[in-house]
Design a protein around this ligand. Structure first.
Ligand SMILES: C[S@@+](CC[C@H](N)C(=O)[O-])C[C@H]1O[C@@H](n2cnc3c(N)ncnc32)[C@H](O)[C@@H]1O
Length: 290
């Protein structure tokens, strides 16, 4: 990690930890809920087992009741950075600079967004750096299939679509629990929306979709942020994806799910930290552990 990124992440650690220890109760609910589904049990077991060889008892207990997220992200990442361009370069292995092009695309996106009715608060959308990183990845990697989970008013959706338009190829399938999402993306020829039905397991539905449409070249997650919701979706997607494809999630600081995934898959992610949250990114390796 570059010295400036390291010092920035250290600077943020102090502030973030005091907030995170405050909400340990809500995060640990999954462990004490009396209503266990088979999926929840599987996730809990996998979480405990994968920690078994590496942790002391006290670390595990501390982790269950209130993990020090930034420390773990710091220890398990290839890079923590504040720069989307540095994040893209670290994952893609070469320098990419779509700043000028993205600035122009943003003017159009802002125009489209101003005409659309907003249903979700501003803070639900991806932050500027994550939006720029997504744009750069799509422009550089030219995915033919991108799958996104979590749409809201569609900031990430529209950023991905505008990069696909610039590529003149590729399509985006977005998944949400509501059909009133996407804002001005509605009707875009490269876009389709799948609405999750509340009656069925969310991860099963994601697996069915992946079996139907095939593995995505880029997967982006930005939906519910509980450990269970994130990990179940991550696993469903990861198991279907091919080496060399890109796996990305917003809000990787909201639960331990992303840390646990990369730990069990033995990959080192790149983390982009922003003002309110952090996004994690992995290029799927050729040697797969999970
Ligand atoms: C944080 S917002 C997404 C923001 C969006 N990516 C953007 O940049 O504007 C979360 C979205 O996830 C959806 N959501 C919540 N739980 C979900 C689930 N289990 N599966 C799919 N989508 C879910 C919500 O309806 C909401 O649209």
């Amino acid at each position: 990690m570059k010295a400036e990124s390291r010092s920035a992440s250290r600077h943020q650690e102090g502030r973030a930890l005091s907030v995170r220890y405050g909400d340990w109760r809500s995060r640990s609910l999954i462990y004490i809920s009396p209503v266990w589904s088979r999926e929840q049990l599987k996730i809990l077991m996998s979480r405990l087992l994968q920690r078994w060889p590496v942790s002391h008892v006290s670390t595990r207990v501390a982790h269950l009741v209130g993990p020090s997220m930034l420390h773990e992200l710091y220890l398990r990442s290839a890079l923590i950075t504040l720069s989307p361009m540095e994040a893209a370069q670290a994952v893609l292995g070469e320098s990419v600079n779509y700043a000028e092009e993205y600035a122009q695309a943003q003017v159009l996106l802002a125009l489209q967004a101003s005409g659309a009715h907003r249903r979700y608060p501003d803070y639900s959308e991806v932050e500027d750096g994550t939006a720029f990183l997504l744009y750069s990845l799509v422009r550089h990697a030219k995915p033919s299939l991108t799958i996104e989970v979590g749409v809201a008013d569609g900031r990430s959706t529209q950023v991905i679509l505008s990069a696909l338009d610039a590529n003149e190829g590729g399509r985006l399938i977005s998944v949400d629990i509501s059909d009133e999402v996407g804002g001005s993306a509605a009707g875009h020829p490269r876009w389709s929306l799948r609405v999750r039905s509340p009656g069925r397991s969310a991860s099963r539905q994601l697996q069915d979709l992946l079996e139907e449409v095939g593995p995505p070249d880029l997967f982006f997650h930005d939906a519910a942020h509980s450990y269970y919701d994130q990990y179940a979706d991550y696993l469903a997607a990861w198991q279907h994806m091919q080496p060399g494809s890109l796996f990305m999630s917003d809000d990787v600081d909201q639960s331990c799910a992303f840390i646990d995934l990369v730990t069990s898959c033995r990959v080192k992610p790149v983390i982009l930290t922003e003002r309110r949250k952090a996004a994690g990114l992995v290029l799927l390796p050729h040697e797969r552990e999970a």
